[in-house]
Ligand binder design. Structure first.
Ligand code: ZN
Length: 174
């Protein structure tokens, strides 16, 4: 397993729609393993393939609180089939928006269908942090970032600061 580079906003690829995966093969498993390692190393609780530059409908999630007990979820072609009317608010961050957090309101529960690591079709009902995380990651597959839910002014301010941050990163030569 190797960690991959996480793409930081603003970047055109983060705004593209990811494509449906046709099959679960070894190449995909390598990508899933790499994504999980990248997410744990960051550290984060969710990562979409587009964030490592691959426009495929794939996300990895682990919302387990205890670091010793890992509980990774691999969701291939995840599709939200229903959302609750009840909403909840979580402070969200994003590995593509390092250092920024905002309270975002989303449906409190959602039901999804997806293909798992072994290639099996599954359904799952999620609530709490997991439901928020799934919706955040599925947004990535559709080119949406959590800052899109903020006011235009707030969003522009964050993007402006990220542009500066990325320029600084590029200046570091080793
Ligand atoms: Zn994110």
């Amino acid at each position: 397993m190797t960690t991959r580079n996480i793409i930081i906003e603003p970047d055109a690829i983060l705004r593209k729609k990811s494509e449906t995966l046709e099959k679960v093969d070894n190449e995909l498993k390598v990508l899933m393993d790499d994504m999980l390692e990248t997410m744990y190393a960051a550290p984060g609780i969710g990562l979409a393939a587009v964030q490592v530059g691959i426009l495929k409908r794939l996300i990895v999630i682990d919302v387990s609180k205890e670091k010793k007990k890992k509980n990774p979820l691999f969701l291939i072609n995840p599709k939200i089939i229903s959302k609750s009317k009840k909403t909840s608010v979580y402070e969200e961050g994003c590995l593509s928006l390092p250092g920024y957090f905002a309270e975002i309101e989303r449906p409190a529960e959602c039901q999804i269908e997806y293909i798992d690591y072994g290639g099996k079709k599954k359904e799952m009902k999620a609530s709490g942090l997991l439901a928020t995380c799934i919706q955040h990651e599925v947004d990535h597959l559709n080119g949406i970032l959590f800052i899109d839910y903020l006011s235009k002014l707030k969003k522009e301010m964050i993007v402006k600061k990220l542009v500066k941050y990325k320029k600084k990163l590029n200046k570091i030569v080793l």
